[in-house]
Design a protein. Structure first.
Length: 255
């Protein structure tokens, strides 16, 4: 399995849910503390989730579109089955402890921690941060005491008052539902940028869920683009997570 494959696997994790947040009429009147509190209140609120997502992947070498079935037990398990024309290509099982994956075409598998995903994104990633990205929440702890805010049209822009020159973070929150509109992490010295943009949110059972997500990751001359379009989301349904790495598959080793 190539590194780009696992990066796509990570993006499959993308699924979302949240309880409704308070809306506002005068966005300029809110303090940083109120903005952060409302964003935290908009966090996911479900026990289980089942859905389907169309994933479009593009880099300098190829373009690919694939359908994935997603099942989530909140804060515990993320399960993905990727397929084309009904044929299973890969399965993924993600828990707070590890990432496991196998691919049927190459008869290979990966079973390890989040180190590779952290390297790919250029920032430390764990299970909770992975969920946050895929649920429209910030992957960083938005401490109101160290962040500043400004209004940009109908959005709140938040960024730390002081930032490292090689670790620049900014986030735009939608003023209507306080979910992430876009989040950017830039590391200029390493020529690395990660941007996650949410086109829209869908109201499902009182919560706002991403309907389209665009992810752009670049490092030096390499660029990866991933688009996700959610076709169906069902909340609090019975789900199972069948996952067994077949015998005879070759373990993938990353250096």
């Amino acid at each position: 399995m190539r590194v780009s494959h696992l990066f796509v696997v990570f993006i499959f994790i993308v699924l979302s849910s949240c309880r409704g947040a308070k809306t506002i009429s005068d966005v300029s009147s809110l303090s940083v503390d109120e903005i952060v509190s409302n964003h935290n209140a908009a966090a996911a609120n479900f026990k289980t989730l089942a859905g389907r997502v169309q994933v479009a992947y593009e880099d300098s070498k190829k373009e690919q579109s694939i359908t994935a079935s997603l099942r989530i037990e909140k804060d515990k398990i993320i399960w993905i089955k990727a397929s084309i024309l009904g044929i299973t290509l890969a399965k993924v099982l993600i828990t707070p402890e590890r990432v496991s994956y196998y691919e049927t075409i190459s008869n290979t598998y990966f079973d390890g921690n989040f180190t590779l995903l952290s390297d790919l994104l250029g920032t430390e990633i764990d299970f909770n941060k992975t969920q946050d990205i895929l649920l429209g929440q910030s992957i960083f702890n938005l401490d109101a005491s160290i962040y500043k805010s400004e209004v940009m049209l109908d959005k709140f822009k938040l960024q730390p008052r002081r930032q490292s020159q090689n670790f620049i973070h900014s986030i735009l929150l939608n003023a209507k539902n306080f979910k992430v509109s876009s989040e950017t992490l830039s590391q200029p010295n390493d020529k690395r940028i990660l941007n996650v943009r949410y086109q829209d949110y869908e109201l499902i059972e009182g919560g706002f869920y991403p309907s389209v997500i665009e992810i752009n990751a670049s490092e030096k001359e390499s660029t990866t683009k991933i688009g996700l379009k959610f076709r169906q989301i069902d909340l609090n349904v019975d789900v199972r997570f069948p996952f067994t790495i077949p015998e005879g598959y070759e373990e993938i080793q990353f250096k």
